[in-house]
Design a protein around this ligand. Sequence first.
Ligand SMILES: Cc1cc2nc3c(=O)[nH]c(=O)nc-3n(C[C@H](O)[C@H](O)[C@H](O)COP(=O)(O)OP(=O)(O)OC[C@H]3O[C@@H](n4cnc5c(N)ncnc54)[C@H](O)[C@@H]3O)c2cc1C
Length: 436
Amino acid sequence: MYDFMLSPAERALRDEVKRYVREEITSEFLRKMDRDEIIYPRDFVERLAALNLRGIRFPKKYGGRGMSWVADVAATEEIGCLGMALGCAFVMPSIVGEALNFFGTEEQKQKYLKPYIEGKLVAAEALTEPRGGSDFFGATTKAVLKGDHFIVNGQKRFVVGAEGADFFLVYCKTNFDANAHKYGRVSLIIIDKGPGVETEYHYGLLGCRGGGTGRLVFRDVKVPKENLVGELHGGALCFNQMMIPERLTSASGCLGVWGALDLAVRYSNRRAAFGKLIRKYQAVSFMVADAITQLDAARAITYMAARAVDEDAPNKRRIVSEAKRFTTEAAWDVVNKAMQVMGGIGYTDVYPLERALRDTRLGLIWTGTSEIMKLMIQHEYYDEVLNQPYDRRKMEHDAMNPDESEWCFNDEDMWKVHEAKGKGIKAPKPKGAKKG
Ligand SMILES: Cc1cc2nc3c(=O)[nH]c(=O)nc-3n(C[C@H](O)[C@H](O)[C@H](O)COP(=O)(O)OP(=O)(O)OC[C@H]3O[C@@H](n4cnc5c(N)ncnc54)[C@H](O)[C@@H]3O)c2cc1C
């Protein structure tokens, strides 16, 4: 349906994933995930690796396919209908791999990135701490450099894959200078699962079940210095880079609510009330119209963000944050509308809409909440309009009566304008000023 947005190679990849999702994933597997009978879907990961679907954007020499972000989004949109936990397992290489591919040494790429893409290793990323996730730069997990090792102590919370992963990308405080700028305090470190690394808690989650979400505790963990990713105290740069796949995959995964909407469409074409199909009531069919419009708008912004990253556009970070916020919120609305179309039965576990609804709610929280996205978006846009070279028409003078004397933004401006116009009106002297 959306072939026109994809190149032939991207279309072929999307079709491969579509087939896999349709034919290979059993409903019982999804039920087991949702019943938390699966701690981490390792088989799923290994099958993805066998199909060479774990490194879509990464160089072929590390086992990837060297494809575009648009391709990645198209594949993730198909996987998205399987739910948040499988979606997360699918996209995690895109997130963890980004840091390793962008900042990692050749040794790190051979030791971690390649086997990760090949499905021999599983990884997770650990940013959030019990003290907070939004305030990322306030990380308190400590990594103290002693000779050729770091000694790591601290805790990370809500880590998907805390159970199941073989190594973790962990943001740690490494600069203890009280005057250090917040962007120069943390470092990104690879920590293998091993002595001192414990998964202490497996959360009872509303949705996203079966992904091994837990709390990680590090107690005097000895980590070789070579496991530093990027520069010492350079974690802010890694974070900035990883935020692109974090947010773009959250957006593309949420496009998977097409599955819930299509289910509701089929239902409304069979269910009758007051002697006619419910889809014949505009109240119902207009909900569908609104939902597909929202979903297409979300699709548009998400693919636009993917193109922006592929083209390395200067405003790519803003557009990615917009895509994350808009798409996750649109998906939440779409899944609610799908449930409304189905009436009471949609609220039961006779249909999987209730699972889709529970899963979709997470989109607005993880990888940066909607509020944090808005903070980023406005910050970037103010900077673009006010501080960057501006070569577009400024429309202030296009008013019918562009009276500059009315363009006052504060007291001082008001008097300046009058003085400039030679109206003989002088600004009053501030109180206490000397005469003459
Ligand atoms: C199921 C699940 C899986 C997750 N997976 C991972 C993972 O794999 N790895 C990982 O590191 N993290 C993960 N997270 C953590 C997730 O990214 C954080 O929960 C999220 O970033 C919010 O942080 P917080 O929960 O500490 O909320 P807080 O930071 O305490 O925020 C609470 C509220 O305050 C608002 N708020 C905070 N600061 C501001 C501000 N400056 N302006 C306006 N509003 C503000 C927030 O928007 C939110 O509404 C996961 C979370 C869940 C629930």
